[in-house]
Design a protein around this ligand. Sequence first.
Ligand SMILES: NC(=O)c1ccc[n+]([C@@H]2O[C@H](COP(=O)([O-])OP(=O)(O)OC[C@H]3O[C@@H](n4cnc5c(N)ncnc54)[C@H](OP(=O)(O)O)[C@@H]3O)[C@@H](O)[C@H]2O)c1
Length: 337
Amino acid sequence: MADDLCQLIEQREPRVQLVCVPSLLPAMRWPADFSGDPAFQRTPEEQLRFEDLLDSADALYGIPDVSPDALRRVVRNNPRLRWVHTMAAGGGSQVKQADLSPGELERVTFTTSAGIHGEPLAEFAVFGLLAGAKSLPRLLRQQRDHEWSGRWTMGQVAEQTVLVLGLGGIGRVVAAKLSALGATVIGVSRRTVTVEGVDQVIHPDELVAAAARIDAVVNTLPGTIATEHMLGDGFFAAVQGGVTVVNVGRGTVIDERALVTALDAGRVGFAALDVFESEPLPDDSPLWDRPDVLVSPHTAALSAAEDRRIAELFASNATRFLDGRPLLNRVDTVEFY
Ligand SMILES: NC(=O)c1ccc[n+]([C@@H]2O[C@H](COP(=O)([O-])OP(=O)(O)OC[C@H]3O[C@@H](n4cnc5c(N)ncnc54)[C@H](OP(=O)(O)O)[C@@H]3O)[C@@H](O)[C@H]2O)c1
């Protein structure tokens, strides 16, 4: 963590004493590279010092080495540990991998950085929807081939009905931006909620029925057992007319095999994907070579403000923690998101 962000946390919550020892952590290779350079290694003495620090903390800013084993070790070795904040918005899946006992999950509260990526991801969603509506792959191909074709009509987001899966931190901003563009927005939620910019809220059970009347779909849902392949054969068989698909939530929500089948059949016209079932996207994935698919290497959420927003969220949760109030963004330890 940069010095100015350490200061920001200590200024906002002076009761926090931060212990930052950058020499014990790998250098970040790029923004939000929280696991850092894999070439980094601690000497045995440094590893002992690192674990001593972890084992004497009340709270952790990040999962040690972003490793489920290291997380399990510190939870078991540090009886005073009460709170771990994950850098990732989808940190719930990292906590799940640590395979902690019910007692451990009760003793230690886990929080995520969910919600801070609403703006950049909503812009990526708009970008993907516009690229689909304006036939970006055809424009790029024709320009590359110097082909001045006959004219054709372009889609208008303002005339589209867009399905937004998930109405949390990301989904709400997506809905607001699409509504501002004039789109009709159908939100998908398990709860009866009223959300600005959403014209209708449907339950996930109604997805296939809604599929026939949409022009585009944006996924913002996390990866859980309940959301796995929510957009699969049943959904893609029901869409028609070359819909646009955007995924900025978790890759596992879309069954990529079913998506490819729908692209081949023309039921899906364009897909802008920032997340994938398996990351990095395997070399042999059919998605790489398709002109009707835009592959973004899980980078659409990052903005220059990423680290500051996480530090601000941590500082306000630190105040809640010290005041004995409920923390924001608690990991649901049943569904792990
Ligand atoms: N592309 C990226 O780099 C990137 C960056 C940030 C986040 N993400 C992913 O996006 C996810 C969402 O982020 P967020 O900030 O919007 O999180 P969030 O504020 O926690 O919102 C998650 C939403 O998903 C809903 N949900 C969960 N399971 C559901 C289900 N089975 N059916 C219907 N709705 C369900 C939740 O609804 P309830 O109210 O019913 O719980 C909640 O509204 C993260 O978990 C992460 O996986 C990706």
